[in-house]
Design a protein around this ligand. Structure first.
Ligand code: UDP
Length: 239
């Protein structure tokens, strides 16, 4: 079921249901794509119609951050839970390892995908990572060829927003894969080069604060979170 939060049609699903959704896409024969907007992206989408339609054109739209879930509560159309992209990706890897299906890792700086792959295989023994490429390419043609040569069941697209959404939509018809997932900086998180917040901070919905402390240069970007919530409150009041 879809829930519209400030113009974005989110899937109102639990993590479990999101994983079931991925499984049914894997069982089908269409090339689908999933997006995981957080409040920063949702704020951008308020004013950027093209971005909004890229997000709404996805087969799965998962709420990546506590900010989006809070917005849904303020608007009295609460989403079941936050489905963080990196956690969803990890669950999908579990499914792939169990079923012998493959994944291709695209994005992040050179060397990161290799480190991420090592950690993924450690956690999900038997996982088939059929290829990888960094996200700093000029020409998309050879990248697409490499991906299609191994026809992965799942393609992680980790180029940051909105680059990854543009990439997925633009090449949906030619990419030989079942499910593409736009995952921002998740390969850095898998690789361990960018640490995730401690569990207690994640539990208290303070992951954004941890990132702000660790990467103060994100401050300007992160101002979009209070701006987004401000727009949400105004909408609730004005209707
Ligand atoms: N990135 C990339 N190619 C680019 C620009 C960015 O592969 O041309 C990668 C970058 O290395 C990082 C990710 O995209 O791994 C973006 O991370 P960030 O945390 O900024 O993403 P967000 O999820 O917040 O959009």
């Amino acid at each position: 079921m879809k829930t519209n939060i400030m113009g974005i049609e989110f899937d109102n699903v639990s993590m479990q249901e999101a994983v079931e959704g991925a499984k049914s896409i894997l069982a089908g024969n269409k090339t689908c794509y999933a997006v995981t907007p957080n409040a920063e992206i949702a704020y951008e989408a308020l004013y950027d119609e093209a971005l909004r339609s890229l997000l709404n054109g996805a087969d799965m739209v998962l709420p990546d951050g506590a900010g989006v879930v809070l917005a849904s509560k303020i608007l009295k159309t609460p989403l079941k839970q936050k489905v963080a992209g990196v956690d969803f990706a990890d669950q999908v890897l579990g499914v792939l390892a169990e079923t012998g299906k493959s994944v291709y890792l695209l994005g992040s700086k050179p060397g990161i995908a290799e480190m991420a792959a090592e950690k993924m295989i450690e956690k999900h023994p038997g996982l088939n990572i059929c290829g990888m490429a960094d996200g700093y390419f000029k020409d998309e043609g050879p990248v697409i060829e490499k991906i299609n040569a191994c026809a992965p069941d799942v393609l992680f697209v980790c180029l940051g927003a909105p680059k990854q959404e543009i990439f997925m939509k633009a090449h949906q018809q030619v990419l030989n894969t079942k499910l593409m997932i736009g995952l921002g900086g998740s390969l850095d998180a898998f690789a361990g080069t960018v640490k995730r917040a401690p569990k207690w901070m994640i539990r208290m919905n303070l992951e954004w604060l941890y990132r702000l402390i660790k990467e103060p240069k994100r401050f300007k970007r992160m101002l979009r979170l209070p701006k987004y919530l401000w727009a949400v409150v105004i909408k609730r009041i004005r209707g």
